[in-house]
Ligand binder design. Structure first.
Ligand code: OGA
Ligand code: MN
Length: 294
């Protein structure tokens, strides 16, 4: 197999070479990549050029595919992609750059806030796999923050203060922060708020991480403003430059991250000028390659 992981940051993030997932997306490759994710939390495989079927086939080795609701559409607008692929593009169903006033634009804006994918649902979202099909020539890096290194670096009294606390997460909170949108009742009903621990231990590595996201808006049992203050303080700490790595996209890249140990955010680009076609598979539950090996 000859898989090699080359670190690109002092505490996390690596580029993986020596594998072609079009040719081999079997359990052994998946196990090797998951082991790299245990160490690096974010891995990039450049120039994979996967199509939808190939991306889904490899992703399924890492867990059950969650399904996108493709929010932000108005009644009558069709999703551009099948439900297993989250649409992270600035494109409409005809593949054209979204109109200035298109509501799907405001939905995308929230991806530019630090977050973990789907922390607003109870199911344990493990990995996200994002492919760059068409990437703009400048801007639109994806930034990652290492939430294990951030936890490790916290002062001991802060660690004691927050370990055991729970925060409530809602997708509507982050959307409202990012852009003014009037959400419909049918949308609001889909995702009620869920509690998440503020600190968690990774089941595979035993390392502790901070659990933060712009979806988090209060600490259970605390006055709302104090909770918001603590979340803002921890987020500012965890996203200092020393904990952050930026992935610069080239066409065909696959980037995989562990949502249990990282936060990420999109960055801006000239999104009225350039097309950006990104597709994300998102997995939950136990990895299948391991089940196959048992
Ligand atoms: C995502 C995401 C940011 C980006 O795919 O989950 O937040 O840079 N993407 O597109
Ligand atoms: Mn995301």
């Amino acid at each position: 197999m000859g898989i090699v992981a080359r670190p690109v940051h002092p505490s996390f993030a690596a580029e993986i070479e020596g594998v072609d997932l079009k040719a081999d997306h079997g359990p052994q490759v998946a196990a090797a990549i998951e082991a790299a994710l245990d160490t690096y939390a974010v891995v990039a495989l450049r120039g994979q050029n996967l199509d939808d079927e190939q991306q889904m086939a490899f992703s399924e080795q890492l867990g059950e595919l969650s399904r996108a609701l493709n929010h932000g559409r108005q009644p009558g607008q069709q999703p551009r992609l099948r439900a297993e692929l989250y649409d992270i593009s600035n494109l409409d169903e005809d593949g054209a750059v979204l109109a200035e006033e298109d509501r799907r634009r405001t939905w995308r804006e929230a991806d530019k806030l630090w977050h973990t994918d789907r922390s607003f649902v109870a199911a344990d979202t493990t990995y996200s796999l994002l492919t760059g099909r068409v990437v703009p020539p400048e801007g639109a890096d994806t930034e990652f923050a290492d939430m294990r290194a951030a936890w490790d670096a916290l002062p001991e009294d802060m660690k004691r203060r927050i370990d055991g606390l729970q925060a409530e997460h809602s997708v509507w909170y982050s959307r409202a922060l990012a852009a003014k949108t009037d959400f419909r009742e049918d949308e609001l009903n889909t995702f009620p708020p869920v509690p998440q621990p503020l600190v968690r231990t990774h089941p595979r590595t035993g390392r502790k991480s901070l659990v933060l996201a712009s979806h988090a808006y209060r600490i259970l049992g605390w006055p709302e403003d104090e909770g918001k203050g603590l979340l803002a303080e921890l987020t500012a700490f965890a996203t200092q430059a020393r904990f952050v790595h930026a992935h610069k996209w080239t066409p065909g890249d696959l980037v995989i991250w562990d949502n249990r140990t990282t936060m990420h955010r999109g960055t801006s680009f000239d999104d009225k000028r350039w097309r950006r076609d990104m597709r994300r598979t998102t997995v939950q539950g136990p990895a299948r390659h391991a089940m196959a090996a048992e």
